[in-house]
Design a protein around this ligand. Sequence first.
Ligand code: IMP
Ligand code: MG
Length: 185
Amino acid sequence: MDIKSVQDFEKGIKRVLITEEQIKNAIKEAGKEIDKLYDGRPILLVSILKGAFVFMADLARAVSVPCEIGFMCAKSYYNGTSSCGVVQITMDLEQNVKDYHVVIVEDIIDTGRTLNDVCKALRTRNPISLHVVTLLDKPSRRIVEFEPDISLFTIEDHFVIGYGLDCAEYYRNLPYIAEFNNEKL
Ligand code: IMP
Ligand code: MG
């Protein structure tokens, strides 16, 4: 994909799948669910960069339990729009998770490889507890068995963009989730 103009950029947006309003409402509910789960206990929200940075900003403001924020960068290597199975932690968390109830905040679970690897790595550090919240889930694409504790939207097998999710680093700033137009631009 080679975006050289606004027209190229706009051609990549096929149709809106989830509106800003739907995302906002679902996050409000997820915040309540997290509050209930931890019942006043402090938590560490860990955002998996880069895709989850927008979701993290909104989810953090929807929870009322005391929370610290942490970031980790996990890169799954993509061959166009399909994962080729290599996951690398390129930036690690600064907190020592053994002192925390950890909540991983992810943008989307696709093959399941990224979160499977990230959770495995974090579990070896003995957090008090570990849960996963994902904005989107594409269960039909799973290669590695993985179930999130909280999932806001289940979607079909589309490549999606917006609200933090990218295609070749573009579209992260769209306020909604859209299906990507894979036809040649
Ligand atoms: P997994 O390791 O295959 O589960 O892929 C997880 C990562 O791939 C996500 O955190 C995203 O960064 C990326 N990804 C998977 N599906 C999509 C998509 O439809 N649009 C944008 N990024 C995606
Ligand atoms: Mg991601």
